[in-house]
Write a protein that binds this ligand. Structure first.
Ligand SMILES: Cc1cc2nc3c(=O)[nH]c(=O)nc-3n(C[C@H](O)[C@H](O)[C@H](O)COP(=O)(O)OP(=O)(O)OC[C@H]3O[C@@H](n4cnc5c(N)ncnc54)[C@H](O)[C@@H]3O)c2cc1C
Length: 510
């Protein structure tokens, strides 16, 4: 446990309490990425230590106030920014990243961001974790959702490296109890560790710290406890003009892309070192973009050329080809600025995700063409995205972690983003109709079957729990957790008997 120090070196046990009249209140409320939702808690607790988390949790429970935890503010749904939440506990002051000699692991406190973690791992030891793509994401909310990123095809998920987690839980009497749960078979708290390897954030308690160590790694040299960072990164981008694409060439492009992913997504593929994103923007945007990252160093240019040749078979070659080489850290701290850059004031977004074991079938590609070229709606931010997946992710057994989806080759998402609240209705209508039509054969949602691996809890979509959108008869938790849900329910009953930690898609106790 870390003991907080004040500037005069004494220990501070009381967490900072921030009320709406304090200028820091708005800073916490406003750090949310998705401006679609807004919170208005009675107060916010800024916590710097496990003891402060315990005090903050006990106060809220004693006062009977609904609480939520925040780290980086990158929740895609309103789990934190929920008007019913009366207390927000913000762990972002807890940012220490250090080598824990006793546990032979690298400790990362839950308030560190993905970017801060990448930087500390790289600068101190030249190592890396396969964390998510956006540096502003908080480790607190990111890791328990499984966490995939640019390096997933060669390194797997971040939770595949999770050795231990510290969680402040709440007992039946309302007392806060800090628990360290490890993946050691002999650990009586092992199930709590397991639940944090894909069970989703905000379910069991407040995470204060993670410890990471690669399976099979040992010793006291932190540079050997995690994978070595890539020698270099090569990014690429190329694009097709929508005006050159009709229904037939659209079908050809998506077949080419999907077949390439089907052929090249095993862990031993020479393309496991290549991660790609196909951004099929709506036609009104004008472009379809393929971009990606290779860690193949001197071989990266050849990899990219081969990919682009395969994708454009029977089509005009994409234009505007860009290739750039840089260090891993330079890339990781500012990946694809043209993709992730946000306008002042931020955006509202809706993401509807699906993990695919196979490429979209021709009917689904026809649906995509129809919705992406619809001109009766003005939805400039609408897009169908395909991030390549699989590779090393799929070498881990489905029940070894709570990240059950270990057969997918693509993470696909129908997304849209807007600036003006008046545009919300049209954007939501478009993205919901698109997703429902794509999965019309399975009740409007990505039911796990031979072509689909369900959905990813780090990209939560509350529509999956709404019978108006999910007519499959398959509950939302099967889409996210498959056979692991009953096990998560037991963990919930054991560690959060009062259901203190809950949101629209939280685990319900067994
Ligand atoms: C632009 C963008 C890019 C993304 N890219 C990826 C990606 O590449 N890969 C990927 O896997 N995911 C990605 N995500 C999803 C992201 O991992 C999740 O939204 C994650 O939950 C965000 O965590 P946070 O701490 O930033 O968010 P917050 O909004 O602070 O919290 C999100 C959830 O986690 C809970 N939580 C936060 N901190 C704690 C804690 N200390 N203890 C317990 N619960 C906590 C909250 O209560 C809430 O339920 C992306 C999201 C965005 C917006």
């Amino acid at each position: 446990m870390s003991i907080p120090q004040t500037t005069d070196g004494t220990t501070q046990l009381e967490p900072l309490k921030i009320t709406p009249d304090d200028p820091r209140y708005l800073a916490v409320i406003d750090k949310r990425f998705n401006k679609r939702f807004a919170a208005s808690p009675d107060y916010i607790r800024l916590v710097s230590s496990t003891e402060q988390v315990m005090a903050a949790v006990e106060d809220a429970v004693r006062e009977g106030l609904r609480l939520a935890v925040t780290s980086g503010g990158h929740c895609l749904e309103g789990f934190v920014s929920d008007p019913e939440v009366r207390v927000i506990i913000d762990v972002s002051p807890m940012k220490r990243i250090y080598h824990d000699v006793e546990r032979s692991a690298v400790a990362v406190e839950a308030g560190a961001t993905v970017g801060e973690t990448f930087k500390a791992l790289f600068d101190n030891w030249g190592v890396v974790l396969p964390l998510g793509e956006y540096p502003g994401i908080g480790m607190g909310g990111h890791v328990p959702g499984g966490a995939f990123g640019f390096l997933c095809r060669q390194l797997g998920l971040a939770v595949d490296y999770l050795y231990a987690v510290e969680v402040v839980t709440v007992g039946p009497d309302g007392r806060a109890i800090p628990v360290i749960a490890t993946r050691e078979i002999s650990d009586p708290h092992r199930e709590l560790w397991w639940a944090h390897t894909g069970g989703g954030a905000g379910n069991f308690g407040v995470v204060t710290c993670y410890w990471f160590r690669a399976p099979g790694a040992f010793g006291d040299d932190p540079a050997k406890l995690l994978p070595r960072a890539p020698e270099s990164i090569t990014t690429f981008k190329a694009e097709w003009e929508w005006r050159d694409i009709d229904a037939a060439s659209f079908l050809q492009l998506l077949r080419n892309h999907g077949s390439w992913c089907e052929r090249n997504s095993s862990a031993d593929s020479s393309y496991a070192s290549l991660w790609t994103l196909l951004e099929v923007h709506r036609r009104q945007f004008g472009k379809i973009i393929i971009r990606g990252v290779s860690t193949a160093d001197a071989d990266a240019g050849r990899q990219v050329d081969e990919l682009l040749a395969a994708l454009s078979e029977g089509l005009p070659a994409p234009g505007g080809r860009e290739l750039a080489r840089m260090s891993w850290l330079e890339f990781a701290l500012d990946p694809f600025p043209d993709l992730f850059g946000m306008p002042p004031g931020g955006v509202s977004v809706k993401v509807k995700d699906a993990l695919l074991k196979k490429r979209l079938n021709d009917r689904q590609v026809g649906v995509a063409y129809e919705h992406l070229t619809r001109s009766d709606l003005d939805v400039m931010g609408g897009m169908l995205g395909f991030a390549s997946y699989g590779g090393w992710v799929n070498t881990v057994a489905a029940d070894a972690t709570a990240s059950a989806q270990r057969e997918a080759i693509l993470d696909m998402a129908c997304t849209t983003g807007w600036l003006d609240p008046r545009e919300e209705a049209a954007n939501l209508a478009w993205v919901r109709a698109f997703h429902a039509d794509l999965f019309a054969d399975s009740g409007g949602v990505p039911v796990p079957d031979e072509a689909c691996d369900g959905a990813f809890i780090n990209h939560p979509d509350t529509d999956l729990a709404d019978p108006a959108f999910n007519t499959s008869g398959v509950p939302w938790h099967t889409l996210y957790y498959q056979a692991g849900y009953p096990r998560l329910q037991l963990v919930k009953a054991r560690w959060d008997p009062r259901d203190v930690f809950r949101h629209a898609l939280s685990i319900r106790a067994a």
